[in-house]
Structure formats: C-alpha cells, structure tokens
Ligand binder design. Structure first.
Ligand code: AVJ
Length: 319
C-alpha cells in the first residue's frame, strides 16, 4: 500500500470538508494570490478599517508615543503578523525622527513576507534597527524574553483579533499576557460595532473583491491539492449579526455537485445551498473591550479612536 505524508494544510482541509457542517480555517486565505486580493480589499472604500487605523496612527502618533514611554522608559516594538506594515511605518518614522532608540521586531510565520518587509524598511529607513523573527507568535515572545532587556510593546493591529470567537480571543490574549513580562504593553487594533449596513458592506462589497478573496480558498485547494472545484458553481455570502457582533463568511454551493481532490484521493459532495463556513470577523464596543482586557490579565490604559469612532487602537498594560 502506498502511504502519503500529508501536510498540515492537507489535513486541515480534509478535516474541515469531511464534517457534517463544512468549515475551512481563515488563516489559509493568505497564499500569494490571497495576499494580493487582501491588498485590494484594504484599498477599497467599503473596507473602512484600514483607513480608520491609518488615521489613528497619522493623527495621534505623538500621544501614542507618549503613552508608550510614560516615565521615559525605553522600549522595543514587537509586531505580531507584520503584513505590509503600512500603518506601523508611520509610527516607526515618527519614533526615528524623535531620536527614540528602539528595535523593531516583526514576527510572521511567512519568511517571504518578512524578507519583503525587511528589504522595504531597509530602503525606506536605513537608520531603523529591525530584527525579523520567523516564528509562531508565542515562540517569538519566548525568544524575545531572553533576548532583550527593554520593555516590549506588542503590536497586534488591523482587527486580527476579530478572527476569534469571544472565548477564543480571551484564551489567546490570556496566553499572550502570560508570555509577557510585568511592565510590557499590548497595543491592539479592534473594529467597533457600528451601523450594521456599514459593516455588512465592508464584507459584501459591490466590486466582488471580498467574494474573490473568499473563493480563492477553493482555488488554492485546486492549485495545491489538485482539486477540481468549479468556482462558478460556488458563491460568497457574508452576514453581520448585531446580536453577537460577528460577521460570518461562507461559501455556498449553487448546485448538487461532487468535487474531487486528486492528491488526497477523495471526493466531497455538496448539496445545493450547502455551505462552507470560512471566517468570523468579530466587532466589539468599548465596554466589551474593557471586559476582554480584564478577563485576560490586562488593563486598558488608553483608547485611541478615529474621528468617526469606527475603530480603536487600545493600549493595555499587564496586571
Ligand atoms: C485581516 C482578519 C482583519 O476580518 O476584517 C477582510 C480579513 N476578511 N475581508 C477582517 C477580511 C474579509 C480581515 N482581517
């Protein structure tokens, strides 16, 4: 008998598609194609999150800096899931101009993303001390704990926390606070609850960019596992529920159909209107953010919001 060693990706896909209710992990959106489509999402006006967080960084960089270094204590910055660092760059530039002595540690599991970011930063800010860490988040925090002796300010921006359900977010943040030293801080970007139509539009845009982002997950399975998903036979559906603050995203099957995954030697059948759950993007209000902090070993120091009060970058200390 032939045995094949399955990648984690293959295992997660087969597991997600074999259950009674089909699900796929949202972390698999971000292959090279997905990164590009996500850039296009961030560029469209309906996806207000990017602009709002950008505004907070641009207009409040001086008070953010003051809050970071209360008592003039030196600090280093460590960014979880660094991405293209557009908003972080504003802060980095500002700190350099203020002659602040610090190291920037971007953390990402994608070596490719880190290499690009470092090249970019070296070109744009040659005086910046940047030290990439190609590890999982918690590994990286452990590495850092034994490496630097300054206070760490952990950046977790862009509402990435929204991909967790509330209880998972509390678990994740508790683990984060436990991996930090006593006077470290967390600067976390969170999308706020607001007019439901504004949220709905951000995840179900008229340009169908979010649809192609969601459906790229099936294309990725075609590319990497030799599956034969016919994209025309599936559609994107996203729904904001104001009762729990979650946007849930799905891929719906337009017909009864069977999909083959060649390299896994299996077939998956879909009934018409059967769906795959692909993502949650949770929204919080200011009081819920306080609870989130209190329940995970932190205390809210200061909230920085944009002019429309759509988004918040919240600065937390360890208790
Ligand atoms: C990158 C997880 C913050 O949930 O808002 C954008 C991803 N999904 N449009 C989000 C996403 C659909 C995004 N995060």
């Amino acid at each position: 008998m032939e045995t094949t060693v399955l990648t984690t990706f293959a295992k997660d896909i087969i597991e997600g598609l074999s259950g009674k209710v089909k699900t796929l992990p949202s972390k698999y959106f971000y292959d090279e194609q997905g990164d590009k489509i996500f850039q296009a999402i961030m560029d469209m006006p309906e996806y207000y999150l990017t602009e709002c967080e950008f505004e907070i960084f641009s207009e409040q960089k001086d008070s953010i800096h003051r809050a970071f270094s209360a008592g003039n204590e030196p600090f280093d910055l460590i960014e979880l899931g660094a991405g293209d660092g557009l908003k972080t760059k504003i802060l980095l530039r500002y700190l350099l101009d203020q002659q602040v002595d610090f190291v920037y540690y971007p953390v990402d599991i994608s070596n490719h993303i880190l290499d690009e970011l470092v090249l970019d930063l070296k070109a744009e800010m040659p005086e910046l001390k940047v030290s990439p860490i190609n590890q999982e988040y918690f590994e990286a925090l452990n590495t850092l704990r034994n490496m630097n002796d300054r206070k760490n300010i952990v950046l977790f921006l862009g509402s990435n926390i929204g991909n967790f359900h509330k209880f998972e977010a509390t678990q994740f943040l508790s683990k984060l606070s436990a991996s930090c030293r006593k006077n470290d801080m967390l600067f976390i970007g969170i999308d706020q609850k607001k007019d439901p139509r504004i949220i709905q539009q951000a995840y179900d845009d008229p340009h169908n960019i979010t649809a192609s982002f969601n459906l790229n997950l099936l294309m990725r399975i075609n590319r990497e596992l030799g599956a034969d998903f016919n994209i025309d036979q599936f559609k994107h559906y996203a729904n904001y529920n104001p009762e729990n603050g979650e946007v849930n995203s799905y891929i719906f099957s337009k017909s009864n159909q069977v999909v083959k995954i060649r390299t896994l030697n299996c077939e998956i059948s879909f009934a018409e209107n059967e769906y795959i759950h692909t993502e949650i993007s949770k929204k919080y209000n200011i009081q819920e953010i306080k609870h989130l902090a209190d329940n995970s070993g932190f205390k809210v120091l200061k909230n920085f919001t944009d002019n429309k009060n759509y988004f918040v970058d919240s600065l937390w200390e360890i208790i």
